[in-house]
Ligand binder design. Structure first.
Ligand code: G
Ligand code: G
Ligand code: MN
Ligand code: NA
Length: 250
């Protein structure tokens, strides 16, 4: 419809931009990574959520070109940050299944000269939903490039435990619906505690998403979570404001 047509010209007209939200190390308050979140300011409708327009871009196939644009600009931005700070990029399911992904990715790493270990690709459980051998091959090939893989929105899909058996992820990101119940709700605490324990036993770092209160943060510290992300630390900010975040530990 209207949005779909608008999306095609949005890139050309400069209506799309990248915001970055920090992940903070719970031991020392340092920013370990920034997650890239796409923003679209439509000339008539104002800000449109990626939750609304990414599915449209997937339907039209435009997500491939858009995804490459996001990757390139995110990697380019990260080259201006300290080498200890990684950049995370969300991969849509359509991008993940695209046979051109690996080539586009190695090209991006080459052109931007970003150290591959600084790029974290966030893949949701639902992307891996079909137990397809091709998924394993893709994940293996991505890891062979030297990039890191994070399992995003953990706990909201259905399939990831089996994948944890066969794939080396680097990070688990616990979905914010589990964090919302902290510190009071015993079920939330039990689940977060179990995921943190499992993650650490597997040698993975564990990030809590959607941390909004000091009480949640304290609970996550006690549970041994590796790092945290959420409005308590910072909303997603434009690239120009990242420097201020990096110089002001939480
Ligand atoms: O930023 P929030 O900002 O409202 O994002 C909403 C949803 O859109 C989240 O599920 C987020 O992962 C997804 N999203 C945001 N930016 C991107 C992006 O660059 N690529 C993909 N594939 N998804 C994104
Ligand atoms: O699906 P993914 O985790 O990639 O999406 C990140 C989404 O979470 C974005 O929409 C981002 O704006 C949103 N977000 C980031 N921090 C918080 C928070 O503290 N609370 C809530 N409710 N949403 C958040
Ligand atoms: Mn994400
Ligand atoms: Na998430």
């Amino acid at each position: 419809q209207m949005l779909k047509a608008g999306l095609r010209s949005a890139l050309k007209r400069g209506e799309l931009s990248l915001h970055f939200q920090p992940l903070v190390d719970l031991r020392n308050g340092r920013v370990t990574c920034l997650e890239t979140l796409l923003r679209w300011r439509h000339p008539l409708y104002g800000p449109v959520s990626p939750a609304e327009f990414i599915p449209l871009a997937e339907e039209s196939g435009m997500i491939i070109r858009l995804g490459e644009w996001i990757l390139r600009n995110a990697c380019r931005a990260a080259t201006c940050w300290p080498d200890t700070v990684n950049v995370a990029v969300n991969l849509s399911a359509v991008q993940f299944r695209d046979p051109g992904l690996l080539r586009a990715l190695s090209e991006t790493l080459c052109v931007t000269a970003l150290r591959p270990g600084r790029l974290e690709l966030e893949i949701t459980e639902s992307t891996l939903l079909q137990d397809d051998p091709a998924n394993i091959a893709t994940l293996d090939a991505l890891r062979a490039l030297g990039v890191r893989i994070a399992l995003d929105d953990f706990g909201t899909g259905f399939s990831s435990l089996g994948y944890l058996l066969r794939i080396r992820f680097d990070k688990i990101k616990i979905d914010r619906s589990f964090i919302a119940g902290l510190p009071g709700r015993v079920e939330s605490k039990a689940i977060v505690s179990a995921v943190v324990g499992m993650g650490h036993s597997l040698g993975l770092s564990v990030t809590a998403e959607g941390v909004e209160t000091a009480e949640q943060l304290e609970a996550l510290r006690q549970l041994g979570c590796t790092d945290a992300q959420g409005y308590l630390f910072s909303p997603p900010v434009p690239a120009a404001e990242v420097a201020a975040l990096l110089w002001q530990p939480c």
